[in-house]
Design a protein. Structure first.
Length: 179
């Protein structure tokens, strides 16, 4: 919560200035952090709030598709926990309007030091009605992901690295199949 205080303060200030303006255009853009682990903190935030004189609009930058890993195996069992030691959470959103994508399917397969990608650690989870997901596993080197939802382009992501942290957040923004 402490890290959100500067962001909330800035949003409040921008909205106050916009409301007091003389009708001229005021536009301020900034990126809000969406990750809590060190490696992912180097990745640009997919959610970029933009305030104007009339209303605050939110746009979401799509998550980069960095290609499906050759270690991918389809049909992983539906389960949200395959171990203990690391909890990954996040929200799946649409790039069109930042709306959460309910029931987005996330296929996850962690890679462990000296073990590779064990089949017993593979899982499929579904985002809840608010687009949120939660996955628990033993502390991995990194976690591969394949994210899909009806009406959206399927995305493969291999850049989540927890760097020894017990918890991490990785928000995902999918692109609609048609604009």
């Amino acid at each position: 919560m402490k890290s959100l205080t500067p962001l909330l303060t800035m949003l409040l200030l921008v909205n106050m200035l916009a409301a007091c303006g003389d009708g001229s255009s005021l536009s301020t853009e900034f990126a809000a952090p969406n990750v809590s682990n060190q490696m992912a903190a180097l990745t640009p935030s997919p959610i970029t709030p933009t305030a104007t004189t009339r209303a605050a609009a939110v746009t979401c930058t799509p998550t980069i598709d960095d290609g499906l890993s050759p270690s991918y195996k389809p049909n992983a069992p539906i389960r949200s926990s395959v171990g203990h030691g690391h909890v990954l959470t996040g929200v799946v959103r649409s790039s069109r309007d930042c709306a959460p994508i309910a029931n987005a399917q996330l296929e996850l397969w962690p890679e462990y030091l000296d073990q590779g990608h064990p089949d017993e650690a593979r899982a499929t989870i579904l985002a809840d009605s608010a687009g949120r997901y939660r996955f628990e596993c033993d502390l991995p080197e990194h976690i591969h992901m394949r994210i899909s939802a009806p009406g959206y382009r399927t995305l493969a992501q291999n850049s989540y690295h927890p760097n020894g942290q017990a918890e991490g957040t990785f928000d995902i923004v999918l692109v609609p199949e048609s604009p």
